[in-house]
Ligand binder design. Sequence first.
Ligand code: ADE
Length: 408
Amino acid sequence: MDSGKLKIDWARQYMPVLTEISSRFKKEQPFAGKVIGMALHVEAKTANLVQTLRDGGATVHITGCNPLSTQDDVAKALSKESGVFCYAKRGCSVDEYYDAIDAVLDAQPVITIDDGMDLIHRLHTARQDVLPVVIGGCEETTTGIHRLRAMASEGKLKFPVIAVNDTPMKHYFDNVHGTGESVLTAIMATTNSLIAGKWIVVAGFGYCGRGLARKASALGAKVIVTEIDPRRALEAFMEGFHVMSMHDAAHIGDIFITTTGNRDVITGKHMALMKSGVILANAGHFNIEIDGKWLHDNAQSIEERDGIHSYHIGDKIIHLLAEGRLVNLAVPKGMGHPIEVMDLSFAVQALSAEYLARNYSKLESNVHDVPDEIDRAVASYKLASLNISIDLLSKDQEEYMESWDMGT
Ligand code: ADE
């Protein structure tokens, strides 16, 4: 049996929200006659999003959003689906990566779905020929949103984009629990290392960093947080984590994980201070947080095991996972976030794409929040699938919440 298809079907049984949306899309066909172009991590959960959009009438052209995150068996299974064209390949060169993005754009997509903004970047630079057909896009991740906001503030964004990343249903679950669990799972499965009792340094205390810090602590790690934002640093401190600079943490840490989305978070200066045997991993979108070039230029490297490059500097060894690319998807054993959280994130994606298809003419060329009704609908679908009912506001409570003259 086709292993990619088995993975896709396995994921589907734990994606009740997307399944519910697929059923409605099959009847309503919100994307009838439309081409959707995607650059996402091509793995089993993403394949379920692709099927949902296709069920809604779209023809979907998809490629990867990271040279190391594609699962080739899933890509192959997707290519066999009717109405789906997949160009992703694991381990592609940068040229092949952009050739595949161009193949998606050659299909003249009217809606784009990105994870990291490489598709939209290409559209606004080398492939402006496709801009006139695009009605809007959706963006999955923090890094992509940073890039989009920078573009919009320079007046360079040429169509509306929905910031899927920024909505509560993404932050609270995908970033906190998805990153928190999948990054530790990937590190453990790749290194077979114990977490309990280790000093784990988490760089960044945003939604991803805090999820990771809490989960590592729950496994018995001693967690150090590094932050540049004083409020977040204080939050981390009051959650019981050790807070210090990366310079100070460098001497202590056993495992270092970056979650900042920024460059040069762990540099040669820090690595020179580290103990022998440390493990470095990045959980951010691009491979810019850990200075891999410094390691490359200053040490002899061997690929010690699948997904681990070991750098020898004198008698010290530093292990870098997944070449500094996002570890939960880029190590060979990386499966990405757990299925149930991607069900929520991809439900928001599917409904945001539908919102664009129905409302694009009313939206300015800018970055837009996910409409609150969509965010709440995804939470309600999920609660219903869990057979959980919650209280509703009474009429009196509603009135009270809207009044200003009922005081002491
Ligand atoms: N699977 C598909 N997309 C993903 C993402 N952005 N993060 C983690 N796992 C994923």
